[in-house]
Design a protein around this ligand. Structure first.
Ligand code: DX5
Ligand code: ZN
Length: 216
């Protein structure tokens, strides 16, 4: 199955996100990865539902919103109304993971859980049936341009084995430090969606990387 590529807008030109969306779409991106940060779960503050809403009509891309926010259950409705397609919440950000995932599904969106590098896969044990995607953070959330943490490779392999063993239809998205050098190992470990921000938006030949990653 071909790998899907989800460029992260965090490293894009925030003064012209509409044009940046067009650029990644023209270069073969499958998804647009929106990094939502609230200044509380992570120190940075980025975008919210009002920006997602304004971007929706500017692209046909699948909009993959990564909520690095506390109490994500309070933000599901506004993102659903904004027109995103998938909402990924951080397992560490809520005491009510099951309820939050059910709420995402009730709003007709795909549901994902993101695991920080130190978070064990066991947190998914009782919510597998609710998942469309697991996001394996390969950096500590809050910024682009960080180095890939190789310790998450066995975690990706384990999740891929669980998805196979339980016969689930769950995407495995890897996010953080993905580039030309790290991607082959990540895909071999079982990733089906690659998020890349700085490798695409902050590199001279970044746009051509999208096609290269899709062919891994
Ligand atoms: C980090 C974000 C990532 C980040 C990836 O908190 O969740 O999506 O933008 O950026 P790169 O690819 O530059 O590591
Ligand atoms: Zn992200």
């Amino acid at each position: 199955m071909a790998v899907k590529v989800a460029p992260s807008l965090l490293s894009a030109d925030f003064s012209d996100l509409g044009r940046e969306l067009k650029r990644i779409e023209e270069n073969g991106a499958d998804w647009a990865h929106l990094d939502v940060m609230d200044g509380h779960f992570v120190p940075a503050i980025t975008i919210g539902p009002v920006v997602a809403k304004s971007l929706r009509p500017r692209t046909r891309l699948f909009m993959d919103a990564h909520l690095m926010v506390s109490e994500p259950e309070n933000h599901i409705e506004p993102f659903a109304r904004a027109g995103v397609n998938l909402l990924t919440i951080q397992a560490e950000a809520t005491a009510h993971l099951d309820r939050a995932l059910r709420k995402i599904k009730e709003h007709g969106l795909k549901a994902g859980v993101a695991l920080n590098p130190a978070t064990p896969v066991s947190v998914l044990e009782y919510v597998w049936p609710l998942l469309d995607l697991v996001l394996v953070m390969s950096v500590n959330p809050g910024a682009g341009g960080q180095s890939f943490i190789p310790a998450v490779l066995p975690k990706i392999r384990y999740i891929a084995s669980q998805v196979k063993e339980l016969n689930l239809k769950v995407d495995i998205e890897v996010d953080g430090g993905v580039n030309r050098e790290t991607a082959p190992e990540i895909v071999k470990a079982g990733a089906t969606v690659l998020v890349a921000g700085s490798a695409i938006f902050a590199a001279e030949d970044g746009m051509s990387l999208i096609g290269e990653l899709k062919n891994l």
